[in-house]
Design a protein around this ligand. Structure first.
Ligand SMILES: [Zn+2]
Ligand SMILES: [Zn+2]
Length: 216
């Protein structure tokens, strides 16, 4: 039952850019509203969704709240979640081989945009900064996503941190490799999600290593 609702949520997000209401999920799945609510609670518990007061906040990489990014496809516009999630969307959607990802540098407000596709990382010398170590992402996942942003340069990251402890900085190519396979299979029934706290091997493969990524 939960997986049926999960797939319905993802299908709706992919098609419309928005989270479905409980009534739409009920219509899409044929389940009673009470069963939809139970499934949403179970999916929140299993970290397949982020649900607050029966509202779907996040179905990674989709988000129903703005977190600094827009992702524009051929016919659909999404809030992109974080930098990682925004770069993941074209890898997940068969009908959207490339998308326009847009944001503003959190330090200096300079606008940035890239066409992100499946074949190769976008050009650009901007950097991604992730504040929260992989093992801590689900302590407060909305906070973690809200602080996975793209900046003009290391200098802008330093300005934005303003003396706070830095997280991890990567170039666009590394961000693209991180995003490429992370959500593979998520649109299909029977998907089993990856847990950031235990994904050191995946991170290592895409070029991310060290304590921040759960490895040495
Ligand atoms: Zn900047
Ligand atoms: Zn995110």
């Amino acid at each position: 039952m939960s997986d049926l609702v999960r797939v319905a949520v993802y299908t709706h997000f992919a098609r419309t850019g928005h989270a479905p209401a409980a009534a739409e999920l009920s219509a899409d799945t044929g389940l009673e509203p009470a069963d939809v609510r139970l499934a949403l609670a179970a999916l929140h518990e299993s970290r397949d969704l982020v649900v607050e007061r029966d509202e779907i906040v996040m179905a990674h990489p989709f988000s129903s709240i703005p977190l600094g990014f827009s992702v524009m496809g051929a016919k659909t516009l999404w809030w992109g979640g974080c930098a990682w999630d925004s770069f993941a969307i074209p890898h997940l959607l068969d009908a959207e081989p490339d998308v326009l990802v847009a944001t503003r540098c959190p330090a200096c407000d300079t606008p940035h945009a890239w066409v992100v596709g499946r074949q190769a990382p976008p050009a650009g010398d901007q950097v991604a900064h992730f504040l929260t170590p992989a093992a801590r992402v689900w302590d407060d996942v909305v906070h973690a996503c809200a602080n996975q942003r793209l900046f003009c340069s290391n200098r802008c990251v330093d300005t934005w941190l303003d003396g706070r402890q830095p997280g991890y900085v990567m170039d666009l190519a590394t961000l693209w490799r991180l995003a490429r396979g992370w959500y593979a299979g998520r649109m299909e029934p029977g998907y089993v999600r990856r847990e950031p706290a235990t994904a050191a091997a995946y991170f290592h493969e895409v070029g991310l290593r060290g304590p921040f990524w759960g490895s040495r």
